[in-house]
Design a protein around this ligand. Structure first.
Ligand code: IFM
Length: 733
């Protein structure tokens, strides 16, 4: 039986940033980093808000962090006790990832004895604007305590500060902070209500960016004192009058009380796990890591929204500009399709709603159709900078071409939309913009194709594939195959027009016959690389002529450990060493394109040549190993994905810039490995099948899958798979 708890004991200053990710809680509306109550911006304390972005000066646009209503610290006998400065006798942080409850216990050594604080907090899963916190204090002598608690608007930013104005008001007993963002003058309102048991008297202290209650009391020896706190966050993105809504919502929650809201939080999470939990008998570490990964996905899912996607670093801060990448459709979507299709729909609706942004980007580069943002913010704005990397030697920005050349992004959107429709049977998404999106992406690839004179082959030149170290290559196999897939899917929809009036209506702007013939021709003639004499599928034209070396040799050539490996003159650029799964990702997405033998030859060739410099890499190798009947080879790569946030250890800093955060794509990839890799699940043509490939230590694997309005419960042993239909109420789409 797993206990659903992760914990870290002892205080380690070096772990502050990693613990911020590890103990994160969230609800899709906001993500609260797992920092301590007394922490501020120096410790990367953040309540990261989904979908609200701001730009200050020349810095890149990034999501906004809300003023922090959890901010609390205490003074005992006139001395302040806070981490990281004060001496502790013991310290621990814990997360109940079954229920999204975060705990902390610290025993401070004071001049006369000890004072212990124990806390718990949550981001409410049902009431999305609500944050709850309990702060318990005990001492082993009669201690004079001053407790400071309130709202800290001096928040962590990478490129801030984002608030031009910060206003603070007391509204009866409620502290209210209203801040206004710099670029779009959006309001961000935080309202907080806190009471210490039995003590009403308190003073208020305002500084430039902090609004605090000061509560003085005597903490009697071994008697518990506790602060109960509820707070809400509202922004101009949510409603017309965030201040009014914040006050009203907070008053309702205060009326119902902390315990009641906490109970609701637990019930809500229990409900979420019904179709999400994956049981692995025989391997507790894997079971814990995988469900912990799913906790992270559930914490950032847009359950509350009709149109919202998930950033590459989830809601763990401002890294990667809080932007949405292909990570969502290619790595995270499967989990939501299988467990919470309504959230999956919101992810895709975001792409449909940002179609105009993608069309504008295509026009900007002289193409037709829809070229989706590589790093998508609101409205489909591409936040990716022309200079995404800084040269560590000169300090100068280096031109990178991620935004201009990772054209495979548009196909990822098509892949997501079609997968959603096939899995759920819900065609409404197609009728309301989905079909048009697919066609616009196909038109984009159509305008990219090049035909050499005297040949009948269409090529895509000058691109970057998933392996970002090799820029501006020709005929990246993954990209070309995804473009071919896009043409094929567009043709399916165009053919459907003759028998489906609603589809015909949705695509009435197009010359159906003419465009269908054109896309069919494209799909037939686009160049798709084949395995060479040795069975290797070249990642792009000329790939195998590059220096064949090892990851270690390339690493040894670095003059600075932070040096960029790719681009024009990176250490990997002229070698066959790649950043992340590329051909292998193609083989995972289109398993029927290759025989098991071809897949294994390519796995064995590419894996030792892959740096796994992206957290998206290991899971793809792991899934492919399973499909080659090699679960033992797959297992360590699965664990690497599943433990990406639990263990930490990924790249956290680039120079002075924090680039760490949570890794939801790795979490989604670990899920895909368990279900489709080890579980051998295939879903197609109205059928769910499973051929187990369990690793040695796994005795049993059990999970649920939703497919076309039916829940399937699948229980597998090494020899057998039992698939049972479960009757139970489904979400309305
Ligand atoms: O989308 C990925 C990309 O494939 C590799 N670099 C990081 C991005 C965000 O996760």
């Amino acid at each position: 039986m797993k206990n659903w708890i992760i914990e870290k004991t002892g205080f380690d200053q070096q772990e502050i940033a990693a613990n911020g990710n590890r103990f994160l809680c969230g609800n899709g509306y906001m993500g609260i980093r797992g920092t301590l109550e007394e922490y501020g911006k120096e410790q990367l304390c953040a309540i990261n808000l989904a979908g609200l972005y701001d730009k200050v000066g020349e810095g890149w646009r990034e999501p906004v962090n809300a003023p922090n209503p959890l901010y609390t610290f205490l003074c005992v006998d006139g001395v302040k006790y806070v981490l990281p400065q004060s001496e502790t006798i013991c310290h621990e942080q814990r997360l109940d990832y079954r229920h999204g409850l975060v705990y902390r216990k610290t025993v401070f050594k004071t001049a006369q004895g000890t004072v212990t604080i124990t806390t718990e907090h949550f981001a409410h899963m049902e009431k999305r604007h609500l944050i709850g916190m309990m702060y318990y204090i005990t001492s082993d002598y009669d201690a004079e305590v001053e407790l400071y608690t309130g709202i800290d608007a001096d928040v962590w930013d990478i490129n801030g500060p984002h608030y031009d104005e910060v206003n603070m008001n007391l509204d009866e007993n409620t502290l209210v902070v209203q801040a206004v963002t710099h670029e779009k003058k959006e309001k961000v309102v935080v309202a907080e209500y806190g009471v210490l048991n039995g003590i009403c008297e308190q003073a208020y202290e305002k500084s430039e960016k902090k609004f605090l209650r000061k509560i003085c009391f005597q903490c009697r020896k071994n008697k518990l004192a506790y602060l109960e706190k509820l707070a809400v966050v509202y922004t101009g993105n949510d409603c017309g009058d965030p201040l009014e809504d914040a006050k009203k919502d907070l008053a309702e929650s205060v009326n119902m009380g902390y315990s009641f809201m906490r109970k609701k939080q637990i019930d809500c999470w229990e409900e979420l796990w019904k179709n999400s939990e994956v049981e692995i008998t025989g391997d507790k570490d894997a079971e814990c890591a995988l469900n912990y990964s799913l906790y992270h996905l559930l914490s950032i899912a847009p359950f509350h929204a009709k149109s919202q996607s998930i950033p590459a670093r989830g809601l763990s801060g401002q890294t990667y500009k809080g932007a949405v990448f292909w990570d969502t459709e290619m790595f995270m979507l499967d989990f939501f399709l299988n467990s919470h299709p309504k959230a999956a729909k919101a992810l895709l609706q975001y792409r449909i709603d940002t179609l105009p942004g993608a069309q504008e980007k295509a026009r900007h580069y002289g193409y037709e159709g829809a070229f989706y943002a590589w790093e998508s913010q609101e409205g489909g704005f591409d936040a990716c900078s022309d200079y995404n990397v800084t040269d560590v030697f000169t300090g100068r920005p280096m031109r990178t071409y991620f935004k201009d050349k990772q054209v495979h992004i548009s196909a990822a959107i098509v892949y997501g939309i079609m997968k959603y429709v096939n899995r759920t049977g819900d065609s409404e998404l197609l009728y309301h913009g989905g079909a048009e999106t697919v066609l616009e992406c196909a038109r984009f690839y159509d305008s990219l194709l090049l035909q050499k004179v005297h040949t009948d082959v269409y090529e895509i030149r000058d691109v970057i594939g998933p392996d970002e170290y090799h820029e501006r290559v020709n005929n990246n196999g993954y990209t070309n195959r995804m473009a071919q897939y896009t043409f094929e899917q567009a043709c399916i929809l165009l053919r459907q027009c003759s028998k489906d009036k609603r589809m015909a209506e949705a695509l009435k702007e197009y010359d159906i016959e003419q465009i269908r013939m054109r896309f069919e021709d494209n799909a037939r003639k686009i160049y798709i690389p084949k395995p060479d004499k040795e069975g290797i599928v070249p990642q792009f034209d000329g790939y195998r002529k590059l220096e064949d070396t090892t990851v270690e040799k390339v690493r040894s050539r670095l003059l600075n450990e932070k040096e960029y490996w790719g681009g024009a003159y990176g250490v990997a650029s002229d070698t066959q060493i790649i950043k992340q799964a590329d051909v292998v990702t193609w083989m995972v997405m289109f398993p029927d394109d290759f025989t098991a033998e071809e897949k294994w030859i390519n796995w064995s060739y590419y894996e030792p040549r892959t740096e796994h410099g992206s957290s998206l890499s290991a899971c793809m190798y792991s899934i492919l190993a399973c499909s080659c009947g090699k679960p033992q080879e797959a297992y360590p790569l699965f664990l690497k994905s599943a433990q990406a946030d639990l263990k930490g250890g990924g790249k956290e800093w680039a120079g002075d810039i924090y680039i760490g955060g949570t890794h939801p794509a790795a979490a989604g990839g670990a899920y895909m490995t368990a279900i489709n890799g080890f579980g051998g699940v295939k879903i197609a043509d109205g059928q769910v099948t499973a051929v187990p490939q369990l690793p040695e230590s796994w005795e049993k694997l059990k999970f649920r899958i939703l497919y076309q309005n039916q829940i399937y419960e699948i229980t597998e042993t090494k020899e057998n798979a039992e698939i049972r239909k479960v009757s139970c109420e489904l979400e309305e789409m």
